[in-house]
Write a protein that binds this ligand. Structure first.
Ligand code: GAL
Length: 685
């Protein structure tokens, strides 16, 4: 095939079309608008490949693109992957799947974007299933020299042949490729997120604690559960309703059942108590729904559980659902949704999704609609909240490329704790947020270990839809649970500012060590890029969870000096250390010089216009600073410049520390009031 024609999109970003571009793609489906100002301000970069080394082919109905791969290169990303972090040597079949139990690449959010340890990324912009051979295919005559081995004679023979290629394959006429360059993997991910519209900024309440009540709860039961949280001083911002708030759930009517005789009064009462209401739903429309007849002409050839599968790539279909949701839910104060079942299972697990050959009125087939269903529905919901100038934050079970700016966290019915932590590491490579929700536990230890991780994640939630558990379900460990939910609340200004950074410069608020250490080029750090059981929460906290049954673990502390967040003990770094911690503690390490803003424990997030005092922690012996984001925390006004960055600074000179906060214009109504400083881990010479 002819050489690709690469067009520069912005600093360090190029695009080229292989074959014929797929007009229905993640970017077109949700109208992604790159943040050009921020991208243009970034450093200019060289195209990361020798252009001649990129091979493309069209064979039968397949389109293929091959990129070179170095011997030691690692391949990260590819969406929400539960089973591994580094995909080198693996073939990834990037199909959306609700039941991703096999190590083949299928997942709730299969993003065809990979990030290399060498500091570049490649995105395939298509609605089609993409297969990526991450150094797992050997082209004829391309065997790297000296690597020919015989299984019978060489003990280090491997089933996967040594390969110096990444091969990208679709069963389609072609696709757009977008290449991102950067100084390191984090720089590449930042560019990707900015190209996808910048990271999402949730409302402040979204970063509080969430609780989902059991299926078929009534309004009174939900209110009683909410009151119990307040009685026990257990912070909680969001109550989620599960199936049963609808007249019919599977398929869905989206209409309030008689369990909620006065929805507006219910939502209002909860609001007065400081709770947001989040509604569970899925896309398949019940014949009993008032919008069924209207949506019928805009839906696919196949049904799911007897409900319509609307074609939301059509504006008229979107408008019908938006209208109904606006009137029945959002105008009365509902704050967001849990968008379930938009991933689907076919071939693996129990099959219930419309098939890949389903036909939709837009002309797209079932494969395309399904690959982008979650993405499309997230955007549709966000649009309604934008109309009300209210931010939303919710949950979704499927997503794809281009999702960085969408205010939804992914979740799963799988429940392996280690995989949940790996999900926290992996999601950050692909502009995704992941909620490692807690549902139930075999014993108090597991309950605590899971909840500790939940409190250091993008969306901290107890999903009691089936278990009926509460934070206090294991009374013997309730004080520990309380400690972590309190800590989540206290860290709200820190996490909220980390999300603001995600929005403005694309740095993922929760991310793998590979992104943290990608700029440190030595063998030890390179080897530890694969770590998938510890992660960064914001810029300064390194979280090293313990799992049920574990009393101690290995932690890799990157170069620099680190402190124990609770005791202030100082640690040597640039190596793997062993830590031991009782149940009451999840090991968290803080970078030297870190400045961490904390607010008092509140039962729910501060409202717009409310002022909270701050206690600011500083760790160690070097000066440091923190960019504190200051806005109303609820509306989209920040998109029009109605925000301030406040610089929190700690100067260390001659063993003395002094803290300061940058001033703001006199008529600025700050979200922050009195400030106190706490200096931890001082070493006196
Ligand atoms: C599942 C979902 C659960 C719960 C349940 C209700 O699909 O993952 O979190 O909402 O549906 O039926």
């Amino acid at each position: 095939m002819d050489k690709l024609n690469w067009t520069k999109k912005s600093q360090g970003i190029w695009s080229a079309v292989v074959g014929k571009a797929d007009d229905y793609n993640p970017f077109s489906a949700i109208d992604v608008k790159p943040v050009m100002d921020s991208l243009e301000a970034m450093e200019e970069k060289q195209f990361p490949f020798n252009i001649d080394s990129i091979i493309t082919e069209q064979v039968g109905n397949k389109t293929i693109a091959c990129f070179p791969l170095d011997k030691d290169e690692k391949i990260f990303g590819l969406g929400l992957q539960f089973i591994r972090l580094n995909h080198r040597g693996r073939t990834r079949y990037l199909r959306v799947n609700s039941d991703p139990i096999m190590d083949i690449g299928e997942t709730h959010a299969p993003v065809p974007f990979y990030v290399s340890s060498k500091g570049y990324g490649v995105l395939v912009n298509t609605s089609r299933i993409v297969t990526i051979y991450c150094g797992s295919s050997g082209r004829k005559l391309k065997m790297p020299s000296g690597t020919l081995k015989d299984r019978n004679q060489d003990r280090d023979w491997q089933a996967t042949p040594p390969s110096d290629l990444v091969e990208i394959v679709t069963n389609s006429d072609g696709f757009e490729l977008i290449v991102f360059a950067g100084d390191n993997a984090l720089d590449v991910v930042q560019r990707y997120n900015l190209y996808c519209g910048g990271g999402t900024l949730p409302p402040r309440w979204g970063l509080g604690f969430w609780h989902r009540v059991p299926t078929s709860f009534t309004d009174e039961q939900a209110i009683a559960e909410a009151e119990e949280f307040r009685k026990r001083n257990m912070p909680c911002d969001v109550i989620g309703l599960e199936p049963g708030w609808h007249t019919k759930s599977y398929p869905s009517t989206y209409e309030w059942s008689s369990r909620f005789p006065d929805p507006a009064e219910f939502v209002g009462k909860m609001k007065d108590m400081g709770f947001q209401i989040n509604l569970w739903e899925h896309p398949y429309v019940s014949p009993e729904s008032k919008i069924h007849a209207k949506l019928e002409p805009y839906s696919g050839s196949h049904t799911v559980w007897g409900g319509l599968a609307p074609d939301y790539s059509i504006k008229e279909a979107q408008d019908i659902l938006k209208d109904q949701h606006e009137k029945d839910h959002i105008s009365i104060g509902v704050s967001g949704y849990k968008l379930d079942e938009c991933d689907g299972s076919e071939l693996t697990g129990s099959s219930w999704m419309f098939p890949g050959h389903a036909q939709f009125p837009s002309g797209h087939d079932g494969e395309q609609v399904r690959q982008l269903y979650g993405l499309t529905i997230q955007k549709m919901i966000l649009d309604i909240f934008r109309k009300y100038n209210r931010r939303t934050y919710g949950l979704v079970r499927a997503s794809s490329a281009g999702a960085s700016s969408l205010p939804f966290a992914l979740y799963s019915d799988l429940y392996d704790h280690r995989q949940f932590v790996r999900g926290l590491c992996n999601s950050g490579f692909s502009g995704l947020l992941w909620s490692p929700e807690i549902r139930s536990a075999a014993n108090p230890e597991e309950w605590v270990r899971r909840l500790q991780v939940v409190c250091f994640s993008p969306l901290a939630m107890l999903n009691a839809w089936a278990s009926g558990t509460k934070p206090w379900s294991f009374p013997e460990v309730e004080p520990i649970i309380q400690k972590y939910i309190n800590l989540r609340m206290r860290l709200m200004p820190y996490f909220y500012s980390a999300f603001a950074r995600y929005h403005f410069d694309g740095t993922p608020p929760f991310r793998a060590m590979a992104l943290e250490i990608s700029q440190i080029k030595d063998d030890v750090h390179y080897a530890n890029m694969d770590k998938d059981d510890q992660y960064m929460a914001g810029d300064s906290l390194l979280v090293a969870p313990l799992f049920s049954g574990q009393a101690s673990r290995d932690v890799f502390l990157p170069k620099g000096v680190w402190y124990d967040f609770e005791t202030g003990d100082r640690f040597d770094s640039g190596k793997v250390i062993q830590v031991t911690a009782g149940l009451e503690k999840m090991p968290i390490f803080v970078k030297e010089g870190a400045v961490i803003p904390m607010m008092p424990v509140m039962q729910c997030a501060p409202k717009a216009g409310e002022t909270v005092p701050l206690e600011i922690l500083h760790f160690g012996n070097v000066s440091g600073s923190f960019n504190l984001f200051d806005d109303d925390g609820e509306t989209f006004a920040y998109e029009n410049g109605v925000y301030r960055w406040r610089t929190l600074k700690v100067d260390v000179t001659d063993n003395k520390r002094s803290g300061s906060i940058s001033a703001v214009d006199p008529d600025w109504k700050s979200a922050y009031g009195d400030i106190t400083w706490k200096f931890i881990g001082m070493v006196h010479n």
